[in-house]
Design a protein around this ligand. Structure first.
Ligand code: FEO
Length: 407
């Protein structure tokens, strides 16, 4: 911790600058990073986020020089990934009277990560406020930016947003405020967005809705620069880079349906892709001409195949189309399988096998987790029986993901 860096007269920076080549999300952060944590020295002293676990001991020792840890009333955890919650185990031992403030999903994660099963938690929901004695904290849920439990905290009186990973930069700077930066930080800001936020950019609209009525004078994120100037510029970068307009892109959806359930999924996918201005061709493999289907596939950016399952297999003529794919050069296209089923849904897996035999980029849950850390999107798309409200949401979530990976 650097000596008494203050954001206001009673809000302290208590983070850590990490100027190594930092391994992170299968990247090497060659400019390093910082783990920004904040101490609000109010009547009910409050810590917002902590630092990476390897600096946990140092963090707690440094904070103990600034305040009596037993007087800390709240520890706000905006995001549970260990680069921000990593000091929780050590801090909670010393700050024995502190209540942990976090989203509902975060509770169990923190309990399991840091053995905090016996701690007091305060679960906050979107729009909740907390009086910390002289200041008011407002909490907004920002799910999947970039994990399910993420939320942001706004200090009403000081008009400071503490958004954790959001609006961050990966730069190991000791000049923590943007106005002290020796060069323009926009490229670092955009680079961070591309590395961490872009795969989740369809959730940025929730963030924009959450902050649209806030008067933000300062953004104090948990990596890199604290933003004090051109706040709207940085917010607009997120807003603009998250718009998904697929005008000029094409998709082909080919299905074979038994009782119209798989057809309903195909139609829902079509509608969702068209909402992003994509041109979508929909084919019933049992009725439409195979040459027309293959021609459309070859000119598409996204190709999706769906079949109902009957007696453990696909139905109708869709296999005739799938057999043709292996011989074609379909490199660069995104492919996926879907279908409704009643018991095991073998047809969906068989389609997936056919797709894996091509040179297309086939969507599957394992790769999505590896590449983005997202666990909420599942491919292939499997719908038990007919679409209902819940399964429709899952399909829409999957299509939203497709939109983010179309180049
Ligand atoms: Fe900076 Fe998602 O951790």
């Amino acid at each position: 911790m650097m000596d008494n860096i203050k954001l206001t007269k009673d809000i302290y920076y208590i983070g850590k600058v990490d100027d190594r080549d930092v391994p992170f999300h299968r990247l090497i952060l060659t400019k390093g990073t910082t783990y920004n944590s904040y101490f609000l020295d109010t009547e009910k002293p409050t810590v917002i986020d902590t630092v990476d676990m390897i600096y946990g001991r140092e963090f707690v020792e440094n904070l103990s020089k600034l305040t009596n840890l037993e007087k800390i009333k709240y520890i706000v955890v905006n995001h549970t990934e260990p680069d921000h919650s990593g000091a929780m185990a050590g801090l909670c031992i010393k700050a024995k009277n502190a209540t942990i403030v976090c989203s509902e999903i975060a509770v169990n994660e923190l309990k399991e990560l840091y053995k905090l099963h016996n701690r007091e938690f305060l679960v906050v929901k979107d729009g909740d406020t907390l009086d910390i004695g002289g200041k008011t904290l407002l909490f907004k849920m920002t799910p999947y930016l970039h994990t399910a439990e993420t939320m942001i905290t706004y200090c009403v009186e000081d008009k400071i947003l503490f958004p954790c990973d959001i609006f961050s930069t990966h730069v190991a700077t000791f000049d923590l405020f943007d106005n002290l930066a020796k060069e323009d930080i926009t490229d670092d800001f955009i680079g961070y967005y591309n590395a961490i936020i872009a795969p989740h950019r369809n959730y940025v609209k929730i963030l924009m809705e959450a902050i649209k009525d806030l008067d933000i004078k300062m953004i104090a994120p948990s990596h890199g620069y604290i933003l004090t100037q051109d706040i709207d510029k940085y917010i607009n970068i997120y807003k603009d880079m998250s718009v998904i307009d697929l005008n000029g892109k094409k998709a082909s959806i080919v299905y074979s349906t038994m009782r119209n359930s798989t057809k309903s999924i195909a139609n829902l996918i079509k509608t969702e892709l068209e909402n992003a201005n994509m041109e979508v061709s929909l084919f019933n493999a049992n009725k439409d001409d195979i040459n027309e289907i293959l021609k459309a596939i070859e000119s598409s950016d996204v190709v999706l195949f769906g079949s109902s399952t009957r007696y453990g297999d696909m139905i109708g003529s869709i296999e005739n189309v799938l057999k043709e794919l292996k011989e074609k050069d379909l490199e660069g296209k995104i492919a996926g399988a879907f279908g409704s089923y009643g018991w095991s849904g073998e047809s969906i897996e068989i389609i997936q096998e056919y797709l894996n035999d091509t040179n297309m980029n086939v969507l599957n849950t394992s790769n999505i987790i590896k590449n983005t850390g997202m666990t909420e999107v599942e491919f292939p798309i499997r719908v038990k029986f007919s679409l209902n409200e819940d399964s429709s949401k899952e399909v829409i979530k999957a299509v939203e993901y497709i939109k983010t990976v179309i180049k």
